[in-house]
Design a protein around this ligand. Sequence first.
Ligand SMILES: O=C(O)C(=O)C[C@]1(C(=O)O)C=C[C@@H](O)C=C1
Length: 409
Amino acid sequence: MMLLRAVGSSIGGLCGLERWDLGGGGRSLNAVCALSWKWDAARNGGEKAFLKLVGDESSMVPISAAELDRVAMNGDPLEPGKWSRELNSLPKPLSAIDLVSSSQGSNVRVAYQGGPGAFSEAAALKAYPLCETVPCEQFEVAFKAVELWVVEKAVLPIENSLGGSIHRNYDLLLCHRLHIVGEVQLAVNHCLMALPGVRKEEIKRVLSHPNALAQCEFTLAELGVIRQNVDDTAGAAQTIASNNLRDAGAIASARAAEIYGLNIIGENMQDFANNVTRFLILAREPIIPGTDRPYKTSVVFTLDEGPGVLFKALAVFSLRDISLSKIESRPQRQRPLRVVDGLNNGTAKYFDYLFYVDFEASMAEPRAQNALSHLQELATFLRVLGSYPRDISECYPEDKFSNQSQNSS
Ligand SMILES: O=C(O)C(=O)C[C@]1(C(=O)O)C=C[C@@H](O)C=C1
């Protein structure tokens, strides 16, 4: 079964999504007919239109608005012989070179929260060095951008070594049906920056993302400045530059200082030098997990009440020698309290939780499959969020982190 998707998007956001089932074998002619039919709608909306032929979901071919123009100029799509030229523009078989560039993210659009120069953009570029990064105002917009085919991937922060979990993204993982296909760990060096000529002593307030301000809490307290939350670190730098704020500094990346023309007046502002943020890479489709490298699997589940249920749930992993790398619990928002019959004193009300667990095995391994079928017997709800390669790359280019952990052991 061949599918055709056309996505119209304007610079600022998504305008529409269409999906046709073309039936088997209709890839060429039917696809082009459907394209010229769709062209009017896309053009009239002043949109940049993309056509994606989907055999398996990985063989996407975007067609530009100029190509759409050319197809439309050719007139009646059913006129015999008209389409032989168009057939030449159909997807070509992948070459080894295509595979190398696609692993680098060439032609991949990656959404992140914040503006150019945000740490999340750096994480997206670490994951896909050749990708096109797409800034989003909120985390939720990045989730939706993937769901609505505006981008192929989103890279979003999930935890930081100083600040802990980014709970909003745990909650959003459950509200959306995206899959975790990878992770990126990024060393975060917070710089204090201000307009050229402004000295540290002149700064009365510091603007940044709340997570960034929290990571610099002690340092900023020593400076005695007022802290002001903004949507992202790069946005803080931009606000100072565009409003010519001489009494304010921003906590952001060195790249943000460069982009917005600010001077760096303090480096490594975070309370501990080795500050790392872990990001998740999200996509519409899961990857097929392998066993060729270290993998991680992320699941979320709920449990009934009863003695030792959480202990039993976690034992399914230890029984099979599977290490857990992270446990997080979040209250169940729609049903926060669970009423339980108390022994002697009537009923008690407890918070009801969702448990998020990352374990170090691939879903391709029988021990992981067995652990999850065991967990399913105990859980009232279980969802696999993704099984993906662990980020084992150097986080600090100079390997500062591992030297220090060796020294301290
Ligand atoms: O504001 C940014 O630059 C971001 O990318 C956001 C964010 C976060 O949400 O934690 C990402 C990395 C750092 O931990 C600080 C801020």
